[in-house]
Write a protein that binds this ligand. Structure first.
Ligand code: SAM
Length: 445
């Protein structure tokens, strides 16, 4: 492919199920050119178009399998990488995803995935980054994940999955995402090595699938500490429950590198909106200390369903965040204290739209479209931008080499994984540590 040697090469990326564009934004920040983002949500696409790459958002139901409109929309801008993935409802847990095993098209949940594979086959990018929830690795004892690998192998892609913890890549959030990175070449597959870490991370936390992602912990000597809530959000204006500030001045200069990064190019605080609280949330938000949760509230004051939770479970429900820790996963319901760890560390309310956006790595200039409810959907659904950027930076040199035949230097440490792993080894993969060796060690039991 022709290129101008005076310009940095910007490989082209198409984002399927793009939402507001957390994943695409990370790729853009890493140096990719976003040529398209497709989603059936009009509001998500409006956010994508206004904030990520103007004119590249397409509102479309990806269950529709006549792809001619997508080809026309891309208008010759053939992507080098296709990224994104259908949410977990996009799979039946009984498999039937690959052609060899007989696709189970009768189950409409599979349609989104099989369409994805068909579209990748038609667009023929040289790389794919298929992103999903970590729990996918557990569906049907891992068979769904292996079916996914198999379905991509049938169209000429080697693909391996890896669970990555966002906090290990400079996000202030203990959120895991599953990334399948794949290539149509025989290149080893690069994953980003952790840059941030905390040797004691799991001591006071209980997280589902913790065992699946022992990332960067234990030997955190070279790692920067995880970014905390106050490092991420401590410069935002004080806000009351039910209050909304939009277009107001920042109360202070940025105090940390993360705040400077988020505020780059921003002159005012946008969409700093906190919801009215339900009664039980208000009780929690006015009485709990940092790090405390529903167990610190008398059971008779809680809704009945709390009586059915085992006391040692659900430690991240109705929890007050700590200033000096990263947050837990920001979901689409971060306004509801009873659904997660969403109570502000020092103010009697749940997280605002702007705080949640920051915790997901969306810059302060990003203005979300739609109702407050739709904004929460877009934010909670997103891949944290710093995590997306890390994955994008890890593959960029390999993509440039495959697509343009040019060697460029990478901007971060990576761990290379053999794309031809046997199925049983694929399920044993552990997330990459800095200085980690290659496949054999990664796949070790
Ligand atoms: C997990 S979110 C994607 C988040 C996005 N990658 C980001 O980082 O911001 C999944 C998206 O799939 C979209 N979606 C679900 N079903 C769809 C369909 N049938 N066609 C198109 N988009 C769909 C949803 O609207 C949602 O925005």
């Amino acid at each position: 492919m022709a290129f101008d040697s005076r310009q940095p090469i910007r490989p082209k990326v198409l984002d399927l199920f793009c939402g507001a564009g957390g994943l695409a934004l990370g790729f853009q920040q890493a140096g990719f050119e976003v040529v398209g983002g497709i989603d059936h949500s009009e509001h998500a696409v409006a956010s994508f178009d206004a904030n990520v790459a103007a004119g590249t958002g397409m509102v479309r139901d990806l269950r529709d399998e006549d792809f001619s409109d997508i080809a026309a929309f891309l208008d010759g801008n053939s992507p080098d990488v296709v990224v994104g993935g259908p949410s977990c409802q996009g799979f039946s847990t009984s498999g039937g995803l690959s052609r060899a095993k007989g696709r189970d098209e009768s189950d409409p949940r599979n349609r989104l995935f099989t369409n994805y594979v068909d579209l990748v086959e038609r667009l023929a990018p040289s790389w794919v980054v298929f992103e999903n929830v970590p729990g996918l690795l557990l569906y049907n004892q891992g068979r769904v994940a292996l079916e996914i690998v198999q379905a991509f192998r049938e169209i000429g892609f080697n693909l391996v999955p890896m669970i990555l913890l966002a906090a290990d890549f400079g996000s202030p959030q203990l959120r895991r995402r599953l990334f399948f990175v794949g290539s149509s070449t025989d290149e080893e597959l690069p994953f980003p090595a952790a840059t941030h870490g905390d040797a004691d991370l799991w001591r006071n936390y209980s997280l589902p699938f913790a065992h699946l992602s022992r990332i960067g912990h234990g030997d955190s000597g070279e790692l920067t500490p995880h970014i905390t809530f106050s490092e991420a959000c401590g410069d935002l204006p004080v806000l009351k429950e039910g209050e909304s500030l939009d277009g107001v001045q920042y109360p202070c200069a940025p105090q940390t590198a993360y705040q400077r990064l988020m505020r780059s190019g921003s002159t005012a605080v946008l969409q700093h909106t906190a919801s009215e609280l339900a009664e039980v949330d208000r009780l929690a938000a006015t009485t709990l200390k940092q790090g405390e949760n529903w167990r610190n509230i008398p059971l008779e004051k809680l809704p009945d369903r709390f009586k059915r939770i085992r006391p040692y479970d659900a430690t991240t429900i109705l929890k007050r965040l700590s200033d000096d820790r990263p947050t837990y996963t920001i979901t689409t319901k971060f306004n509801e204290g009873t659904t997660g760890a969403f109570i502000h560390p020092t103010q009697p309310r749940t997280l605002s739209i702007r705080e949640a956006a920051r915790l997901q790595g969306f810059p302060d200039t990003f203005r979300f479209a739609g109702s407050v409810n739709q904004m929460r959907q877009q934010i909670g659904n997103a891949v944290p931008v710093p995590l997306a950027r890390a994955v994008a930076e890890a593959i960029l040199p390999a993509v440039v080499k495959t697509a343009y035949g040019v060697e460029v230097e990478g901007s971060r440490d990576t761990v290379l994984v053999n794309g031809n792993l046997k199925p049983e080894d694929i399920l044993k993969l552990k997330a990459p540590r800095k200085n980690a060796k290659k496949v054999a060690e990664l796949a070790e039991g």
